[in-house]
Structure formats: C-alpha cells, structure tokens
Design a protein around this ligand. Sequence first.
Ligand code: ATP
Length: 893
Amino acid sequence: MPTPDITPWHSLDCPGALARCHSRDDGLSKEEASALLASIGLNALPQPPRKHLLQRFVLQFHNLLIYVLLAAAAITAALGDWVDCSVIVAVTVINALIGALQEGRAESALAAIRDMLAPHAIVVRAGERHELDASQLVPGDIVLLQSGDKVPADVRLLETRSLRVDEAALTGESVPADKQTAALPAATELAERSNMAYAGTLVSFGQARALVVATGSHTELGRINAMLGSVPAHVTPLTRELERFARQLTAVILAVAAVTIVLGVLWRGQDWQDMFMAGVGLAVAAIPEGLPAIVTITLAIGVERMARKRAIMRKLPAVETLGSVTVICSDKTGTLTRNEMTASHVLLRDALLQTNGSGYAPEGGLFHDGVPQHYGNHHALDALLQAAALCNDAQLQELASGWQLLGDPTEGALLTLALKAQLPLQELQLQLPRRDAIPFESEHRFMATLHHDHNGQRLILLKGAPEVVLARVSHEQTANGMQAADVTWWQQQAAQLAGNGCRVLALASLQQPHSSSELSFADVSGGLTLLGLVALIDPPRDEAQQAVAQCRAAGIRVKMITGDHAATAAAIGRQLGIGDGRALNGHEIDQLDDAALAATVAEVDVFARASPEHKLRLVAALKHGGEVVAMTGDGVNDAPALKQADVGVAMGGKGTEAAKEAAEMVISDDNFATLVAAVHEGRTVYDNLKKAILFILPTNVGQALIIIAAILFGVALPISPVQILWVNMVSAVTLALAFAFEPAEQGVMQRPPRPRAAQLIDRLFLWRLIFVGTLMVAIPFALYLQQLSAGSSHALASTLAVNSMVAIEIAYLFNSRQRHASAWQRGTLLGNPVAIGCVLLLIVLQLAFSYLPWLQQWFGTASPTASHWLQAIASGIAAFVLIELEKAMLRRR
Ligand code: ATP
C-alpha cells in the first residue's frame, strides 16, 4: 500500500516509475518476479466468502413450501400429535440438509467455471514475451496491452499507440478515455489520470506497453472492492416459472385442504380434529418439497457437463435459451476453419509462385515452374517478402514439439513464407528498424508499419485486404522496376484466388525521404506501390461439416458472418454446406434498410466483409423475424452484437476479454462443433428438468387424491401423513435425482427447436399429471381396501399401499425417461446407471421402512409377507404397462 508521503504513480515520469519498482525496460527477471510473488501474493481479489454449510442449511428453510410444512408441524404439535410433528420436522431438516449439500456442489461447479475464465496477460520478463495467468503478475512487471484486453492490474503506461480504455467498470464513465504517457500533477483525479490504466477496465482501442504498479487487493478495484466478475446466479426463466408455479400450487393446496376439512366435518360428519389432521396430511402430501433442490442440481450438473465439453456458461439462463436457438451466426476464421494459415501462392506481376510444406515450420520452399526461388535473387519477390516479414507482429518459436506461433495466424503464415524463402529476418530487422505502426483492426482491414533505413529514408509497408490496399496504390512492382498499377487486373486475380477458398492479402510499400517518425492514416492514403498478392489456405475443421449437418437436422439454420472476401466465404460455405453459394457483402448490407435486411437474412446464409456493426444489424434483423439467435464473436467490437444476441458466444482462445465479458457462453476451443454440442446439451438439460418435474408432481397429486378420496368415501386414511412424507422424501432424493444424470434422448438433435414461448406446464404435462396421479391413487387404494376386507390390520394394509405406491413410482421413473418414445428398450431400462443405483437404494429403504421395529413404530407399519411384495411388484408392472399404452396412443396421434 503506498503511503501518502510517496509521490503518486501518475505524477512520476516513466523512468521514475520504473526505478521505483526496481524494474527495467526489458522487465523483471524470472527470479525477481517469483520472489516478489512469494512475498506479495497473487494478483487476485479475495473471493467473496463462500456460504458456510450451516448458512446454506438455514437458508433452505426460507421457502414458501417449507413454511407450509412448518406450519403443519406447529399445528400437529398444538394438537399434541408428537409423532407426526417430529416426522414433519425431520423431513424438513433432511430436505434442508440435502438442499444445502447439493447447493454446495452447484457452487463448486460454478466456481470451477469461474477459474476457467481467469484472464491471461502478456508480460515481458528478461526481454522475453510470455503469456501468463494474470494472477501471476507482480509490481514491476512490464505488460503488453491491446484492444479487447482487460487491464490485468493497475499499470503506469510507458508507451501507447492510440490507446483508449473503457473505464466504466471503475468510474462509471461510458465513453472510453484516451491515454498517453506523460507525467501528470499529483492532484489529478482518478478519472483524469490519462497515463494510468486500472485493473478490471477494458482496452477498447490501440496498444500499449505498461508497468504494473499494484496488484490484487492493492489495486483501485481491490480498494473499492467492487467485485466485477459476473457470477452466474441460480435464477433462470425456468426457475422463476417454477417459483411462480410453487406459489400457485401452495394456494391451491391450502384451498383444497380447507374445502376438504369443511366438507368432511359438515357433509360426512367427521370429528373436526381428525379432519384437521387430514387437512394437514393433505397439504403435506401435495407439497413437492424436493422440487427446488432437484431443479438446482439438474442445472448445476448440466452446466458442469457442458464445461467438460468445453462450453462454459457465464450466465445460467442461457442453458435454457440454448435449447430454443433457431439460428447460429458463426464467424468463419478459427470457428468453422482451423485458423492454421499456410501461404499457398504468391502472385507477382510477372510470376505465380507456389509453396510446399505445411504448418508454421519454415521448411519447404517457394517454386516458380518447379524451380526453387530464394530471397536475394529476384527484386520483386524480395520486396514482397520483406513486407511480409517486417509488416508483421508474429513470432515463431522452435520447441521440442515443433514450431509454435506467437501471434496472429495470418501473420504467422506470412512470416513462415518469408523464412521458407530464406529471408534473413534478424539482419533485416536491424537494417530497417520499425519506428511506428498502425495495428490491424477488422474495421480498416490493413496493417502498416514505418521503418527507417540507415540513410534516413522512410519506408512504409502495408498489408491488408486486396480492395483496401488496391484503393491506396498508384504503381505496381515488376521484375524490372515500377509501372502504373493495373488495378482491374489485380482485382480479377484476387477474386480468382479467393474463389478457391483462400484468404488473399495484398502487400504494398512506399518510400519517402526522411520526415517524422510517426505514422498516420493520412500517410498511407495513396501513392503506394503494389508488391503482389499472397493466398493463404485455412482448411475447414474436420468436425465442422458434420456439426453443420447436425444443425440442419435439428432445425437450426447456420449463417456465416466473416470479415473475409465474399468469394473466399462462399467457397468455404460450399465446402461446409452453408448457404447456396450466394454471399452478401458488408457494403451491400449498408444499402438495405432494416425491413429489406430482415427479408434478405431469411434467404442468404453467407455474409462477407462484414464488420462488427453489420453483425449487430444482422442479429437485430434476425431477432425481428422471430428467430432465437446464437452469435459467435471474438473482437472487442463484437461485444454489442454478442449482448444483443439471445446467446452470445465468445471464443475462449482467440477471444478478447471484452467479448467474453459480453457473452453468455465461452467456448474454450473456439470450435463450431463445441457450440453445437452445447446446444445439444442445453436441449438435454431442459428435457431432464421437465422430466424430473413431471416425475415428481404426479406422486404429489396421487397422494393428495388418496386423502381426499378417503375423506369423501368416509374411510380411514389408507396412507397416513407421515407415511406420505416418507414416500415424498425417499422418492425425491433417490428417484428424481436420477434425472439430473439422464443422458440425452436419442432424437434431441432431430427435432425442431423448442418454441421460445413454450411453457413448461403444457397440456400434455397436465394430462399426464392427472393420468399418473389417478393410477397412483387407484391401485394402492384398491389394494388397501382388498387387504382390509381380507381381514388384515390397518397397519399391514397401509404398508402394502405404501409399497405399491413406491413400486409405481419406480415403474414411472422408467416410463418418464423418454417423454414420448417407448420405454420398452434396453437403453431406457438399463441406460442410466444412476437410476439403477437409485432404485436399489430405494428398495433397501422400503425394506427398512417395512421391517425395522423402530421405523415400524414411527410410521405405523407392519411386516409384509412375500405375497404382499408380489402384489406391490405387480402394481408397479401394471402401472408401467398402462403408462406405456398411454404413450403409444399419444404417439399415434
Ligand atoms: P471471421 O469473421 O470469419 O473470423 P476474420 O475476423 O478473420 O474473419 P478479419 O480478421 O476481420 O476477418 O480479416 C478481414 C480481412 O482483413 C482478411 O480477409 C484479410 O484480407 C485482412 N487481414 C486479416 N488479418 C490481417 C492482418 N494481420 N494484417 C493485415 N490484414 C489482415
């Protein structure tokens, strides 16, 4: 912590700041950094304290359904019925315990996901660049920042290049602040400190080199302790719908219980105290106590399962939205293609050269008509290779595992190309040191660098999309010198190369007498000399084609939105099965008004030369047409489109922090197939939730109906309230939990997306609720009456009724594993090991319930005989068959 008598960082000049950190321009050494890390600690904010188990346990009672149960317990206590009271209390306690444990598990799953999203930083140590986990930074480190990065610590800027930082997270100011490096008066306010950048803010434009001055809780962010990290909440539209449902359910249950009590007393002339107990039993029976816990755990397990498949959910509601996605808008480069660029051809004015070799290994060569070509023999080729190598920020490293690229693949391919032709890179970098640069941005689609040679000449090198570069050239390089540029010819050549699916770059240069050592956009606005074109191949990912086909089967349309040339995009689209060969260009999009665009997006699937603004308009147009849109993105400017989409998907690898922050989901391997797998998983999670709920509720309906029937027919309750609680408890914690682990149904990706407006509680749902609920009353009730008339004791008859009800639940578990398809298949009966385990556990619990003396005493049960067990099993089988018949009939309709 700086003490007040020390000059603030922003009022020190750069050398002063470096000196105070005992750092240098080339950074700390690794040893210095690790010693500092050991003494200062990680660059991380203290995690908000996780809720203690006890705390979570107590919070479980804060639930409307549980309040009703506790009220029931109070009433039974007032009436002196201590057994019922203690069972009800025991059930609420067990339920809360299970809820607390499961919530703990869900929280750990989400915390692990948060770790997976931990930001990285590029740091210079002992003159070498490294990519590190941002938590490893220490004061004195030199970090490199570029647009899209999240500033990893508080830093004093040492060098800036058009740097603008979005400080809304810290200052609330929504307009990005311009940054510079000069020292400022000590009294400058935080928001005005233009030579500093603070942890947690986002670089929205430009680049910088900066000195870390404070880390972890010593940063401004740490000091105000505004924990930014969007921690996924447990609330989703579905859980909200369920909460509402639970409230309505409670009201209905209480009303029905009241009416039943009144009817029992006035109509059947029952004793009011008995009726009151029956009413309490009814309320207890009808309340699905296990429901909230089941929903939480099913969602958490789903999210965990997705994370294992490399799709990390940042916002929980997206799990459900994923299941109803109708359109996926995907980037091309890196998502549909491998983003492993290789230069395949070089076109000079007088020659077309080919390369061999693949990957970033500078092995293989350049050939003209089969003859190898080297740097140093051909003036035009040399000029092009120089531009390719020097107007370039990529680095190649030879590791034991092979050649590795640090930087952008497009630039890596160009560097490899130059090295294949044996260009002496280091020598050239010394001869033509770089003075300034305009970094590549997808808005302007070019990059330019400024070099000075030893005679003081200025050399500007430029590379970028052909149409952008061609608009700036006046001349072209030939084998013998220069001539006026034939732009039309070059355009045709570029289109031809792009038509094969290649990314095409044009390279140009401009020599000037020495003037300033700064490079502006005006310097590269015209008069350049075109050096040639380079075609890069970036093959589609193997799994992408299949994933696109999967989407088509699942009723999801795939659209490709790329910054690349229309011909390149259309060719790649053809290879992957996206679109019909048509591609719409960014400037064509500009010409359409919103209505026309909405009509066009319904037809065209490939969009080229599209900038982030186009993405935004496309999402809006698609949403306007009623589509549910998932959109991928990686750049800082993609953030608005990601936010606008129903499911924003950021790339974990090449994506910027800004994109990740805006997204609902992050895909850690940047792969389109992973996105499709996540949709598959999203549909499954929703299915499983629906199945679990559809499994739990009929049991409650059945139990409530039993009590109502007993009262209205004037017979003793076949199943006592405490027995009902037992059934609810054991079935909810065993059987219903199995649905959280349920594998996907076979046809999940063969049916159309779930309509967004589709309600969980639909007509089929209600019908099955009543159908199965009725089975659950009718069969146990019949067995109970038959036992009584055969002379069995009430205890024995109700033990049989309970066991029969549990057998029906077990059968119904297997019916419900497929909502529509027949359950009579090996996969359904044996496919979920958790379900089998739950059934076995439940059988053990039922044996204990029936035979253990102290449980017999508590629950009023009596030891059944073998024939009783056979009757229970038979009722399970009967229910299974009847429900399957019902499903078959529905299927036929
Ligand atoms: P997608 O949206 O499919 O991911 P992309 O984002 O890779 O595509 P951009 O990176 O915006 O597309 O590239 C657009 C065009 O800019 C390319 O077709 C290429 O001509 C040019 N380009 C790409 N990278 C560079 C670079 N590093 N330097 C100069 N020009 C580049």
